[in-house]
Design a protein around this ligand. Structure first.
Ligand code: AHG
Ligand code: MN
Ligand code: MN
Length: 338
């Protein structure tokens, strides 16, 4: 069709038509997330102008100082999802407990776990940040109370959808429902997400490695050996790999997804399970990278196979191009040293 533009809504409707029994609830749920993303995007863009910057005096459940924009983004996600009526409960990196849907709203059959603002230490420096989300279908009957164990703490392979929004030089929404990875760029003049990256595939071997190397002395020998190896000519067709680290997981992941490479946040002497959270960060990105042909591991197991035990569980994360992750696993498991 001449001049036809595939917006996120059109794309979702098209996908929905593939399933004759679809009720439209899922399409509507993703639209609720897209709406929150637009609201957050606008505020992120204004962050330098509005008196919104700087730390609040409250700490989140991890004892980290919350940035005001974290609180704003969290509220935007909670409000949009609750009003939409398609979730029965929510979980956010910023809330210690599950977030119930207020009584005045209907409850749906989905559960959404999210990191409302990822990379928040970068806000004040005008560096790209993001929002990450993960969706499960409820497993318990709707007339019973929602169960933390059965409904929320589902392994990553049970996700029905995962995605992220990156607030970068442009705002993009990238998502998967298990039928490929699609990226949409926000057109600020129309306020619509436009399909710009259909069927994203990650190269099977990349040139980029992303890790906070300041932690080198705190890592296990396996990780140290791997990072020594990426600097050798063997690692990249006669050249060392290239180091890129933004410090916003969404941004580091997004770049590596498009260009190929590996991101690592391994365990270290201080953080025995690494830093990143399974339910809000590792699981959704693992679903996306797997759909794009890549891999996500904790060094020993697939991220998507981990059975979560608690809401705010952390996990080491090694994610990116399939070959790169497999080589890193060999080093971490002690199968090779150089
Ligand atoms: P958040 O802002 O949601 O707390 O996440 C920050 C995370 C992640 O975005 C990034 O990959 C990592 O922290 C960076 O950690 P270091 O500063 O320890 O490298
Ligand atoms: Mn985060
Ligand atoms: Mn966060």
């Amino acid at each position: 069709m001449n001049g036809f533009v595939m917006t996120l809504n059109r794309h979702l409707v098209e996908q929905e038509r593939l399933y004759p029994h679809a009720t439209g609830a899922f399409t509507s749920l993703l639209s609720d997330i897209a709406l929150a993303a637009k609201v957050i995007s606008l505020h992120v863009n204004k962050a330098g102008l509005l008196p919104i910057l700087g730390a609040t005096d409250t700490q989140n459940v991890f004892g980290e100082i919350q940035q005001k924009l974290d609180v704003f983004a969290n509220d935007a996600m909670i409000r949009s999802l609750a009003f939409g009526g398609h979730v029965c409960v929510m979980a956010s990196e910023e809330n210690e407990d599950l977030i119930p849907v207020p009584d005045e709203y209907p409850k749906g059959k989905y559960i959404c776990c999210f990191d409302p603002l990822d990379g928040s230490s970068n806000i004040d420096a005008n560096v790209s940040i993001g929002t990450i989300f993960s969706i499960f279908r409820r497993t318990t009957p709707e007339d019973q109370p929602v169960s933390l164990e059965k409904d929320v703490l589902q392994p990553g392979y049970s996700q029905v959808c995962a995605g992220y929004v990156i607030y970068g030089s442009s705002t993009m929404l990238v998502y998967t429902t298990g039928a490929g990875v699609y990226g949409f760029t926000l057109d600020p003049s129309y306020g619509s997400f436009i399909l710009s990256h259909p069927k994203i595939k990650i190269p099977s071997k990349g040139k980029i490695y992303s890790v906070n190397e300041g932690n080198f002395n705190l890592w296990d020998e396996g990780v140290q050996n791997y990072i020594r190896w990426v600097k050798t000519p063997e690692a990249n067709n006669g050249k060392p790999m290239t180091s890129r680290y933004i410090g916003s997981l969404v941004s580091d992941f997004h770049r590596n997804l498009l260009k190929g490479g590996i991101f690592l946040y391994p365990a270290d002497k201080k953080n025995k399970n690494g830093k990143l959270r399974l339910m809000y960060e590792a699981n959704p990105l693992a679903f996306i990278v797997t759909q794009a042909g890549g891999k996500a591991s904790d060094g020993f197991n697939r991220i998507l196979d981990i059975q979560p035990r608690e809401l705010h569980q952390r996990t080491p994360l090694i994610i990116g191009s399939k070959e790169d992750v497999e080589i890193a696993e060999e080093f971490i498991q002690g199968k090779r040293t150089h």
